[in-house]
Design a protein around this ligand. Sequence first.
Ligand SMILES: [Fe+2]
Ligand SMILES: [Fe+2]
Length: 195
Amino acid sequence: MTQPLAYSLAPPTADAAALGLPGDPSSRQMLERTIRVDHAGEYGAAHIYAGQLAVLGRGPKGDILRHMQAQERVHLDTFAGLIATRRVRPTALLPLWRLAGLTLGAVTAALGTRAAMACTVAVEEAIDEHYQQQALALPESEAPLRDTIERFRAEELEHRDIGLENEAELAPGYRLMSAVIKAGCKAAIHISERV
Ligand SMILES: [Fe+2]
Ligand SMILES: [Fe+2]
């Protein structure tokens, strides 16, 4: 007796993005956006710490900042590797994110260690949300990338906690500064996915 062919005629869709509506980005586009924006974000993050270290590197928080910068370096190198191996065009705005990162880091550090930590908390909260959304959106075929993002997300949350432990919330104008930096991060994410 032969088996019905119904199932083999309708193979399961491997990629949830393939079910999207016309006009939605394709799964390849989604992957490119993911890698492009994460590379841009980690590039910016590494420069924020470079800016902070230029001001506070010799101070009592220098080692904490160097610890976080070292982790950002690994994040950046990983996404730089993915840009190459997955053949993704990097954002055209890297020079802008370099300047913005250095400036944000140096200016917040010049306001004091609490302001520098407040900057870290705001950035990492925005990145946490961003990485969480990405991890949920990636298809099963990209499980290794999703695991990488989850691992980095855990380290970004560690950075946030370090900021909170170091009195970020006591920085002058904390709420306003936090809101402005988070809005900037979200705008940067939106632009870097596309440009
Ligand atoms: Fe990072
Ligand atoms: Fe981070």
